[in-house]
Design a protein around this ligand. Sequence first.
Ligand code: ZN
Ligand code: ZN
Length: 106
Amino acid sequence: MEFIVRQLAWRPDTILVRYDCACGCKPNVEYLRGSDSVEHEHCCCGNLHFVGKDARHHLDAYLAGRSQQHLDDDLGGYRVSEVTVDAPWGEAVPVAYALPAVARKH
Ligand SMILES: [Zn+2]
Ligand SMILES: [Zn+2]
């Protein structure tokens, strides 16, 4: 998974972290410099990514909640990975993402 980081011209303390999804969508998540809030986007095909401090922890909690409600039973489980992306102000920003074994249709 290749993430693209874009700094907002009108809010230079904010980046968008996105990828070009195989389904055709471009899921993106905002991250504000120094922020403790962790945003995520869950793509229509089942891929999802969280950006920010303790991203992995938030992703795990989110997936556990969905699993309890059997929302993702059709996906055959997720493969979870962690990376960091470089913000233009020199911060390594954590990204956690999960890819389902079976993708949903776009
Ligand atoms: Zn997708
Ligand atoms: Zn899609």
